[in-house]
Design a protein around this ligand. Sequence first.
Ligand SMILES: Cc1ncc(COP(=O)(O)O)c(C=O)c1O
Length: 331
Amino acid sequence: MAVYKSITELVGKTPLLELSNYEKKHNLQAKILVKVEYFNPNQSVKDRIALAMVEDAEKKGLLKPGYTIIETTSGNTGIGLAAVAASKGYKFRVYVQDNVSKERFQVIKAFGGETIKLSEEPVVKEALDSTGGDFVAAIAALREKVLSKQKDIFFVDQVSNPANPAIHEATTGPEIWEDTEGKVDIFVANVGTGGTVSGVGKFLKSKNKNIKIVAIQPGPNSLPSDENPEPEEITGVHPFEGVPAERVPQTMDRTIYDEKFEAETIDAYRAAREVAKTDGILVGTSSGAAIYAATELAKRPENKGKTIVAVLPDTGLRYLSTNLFNEDYVG
Ligand SMILES: Cc1ncc(COP(=O)(O)O)c(C=O)c1O
């Protein structure tokens, strides 16, 4: 019988789709194949690492029945973890920043998870206040002064957990290799934790060192600056070059990529709006950035006839309260 017993069996093996109509419209001379990660059970690429980090901790004896799983993001990883925790019978708690949207809280709670604002922990609030709201300092205070005193917990920490890039090396990379029968020339992915680009990049390079790996970071207009402290950002995507090394997640392998590509939010929005109309897929902002980057690569004369694979991390349905599909917003 083709019956699954757990959502954990539905993670991965996502489809690779050629953007056929989009390619024709732009008269592209290279193929763009997109790995549509919203086919995961909770609609994002992060379902892969959520399951992998939990099962790795179970194997290592760091997570046992009755324990509480803890993470500091209510983004896609938080949602994936909340669902995996529910399915496996663990409690789940997420510490979030004050400005997190109501929808995010609702999703975590729907899965039975608990949400706590970072500023509700006095020592964390102190760290936030004394550093002008520095998230990294807040997480360090949370780990050292709050979590270190708690029993029966497992702190996932996707930005330092080696099971994050490892699952992309073990599944996402091989899926791309098999589905293209090894005919892939360029791989494009966003960098947040760097897990995707590092893991897939490592696998693909082990198969063929000539495969070019392109890592996306936000462009200068899409990052907070003195002139523009609150720009429209590409959710989940962070700079890995031009920032102090200690600000780059340990899960990002800075030796893996051949090219850094900078994408601006408005270009990501335009690409996501366009593929919804040409090919009927509704994807999130970082997916738009990946499609934009793939398009620019496809236009280069040296890439004529090549195959470009881009990862689309999540569904556009998660962004209905943003300007992503607000066509009046043009930057
Ligand atoms: C929507 C979205 N896109 C892209 C990324 C980047 O993926 P990774 O963390 O594997 O670098 C993330 C993760 O932070 C994300 O949530």
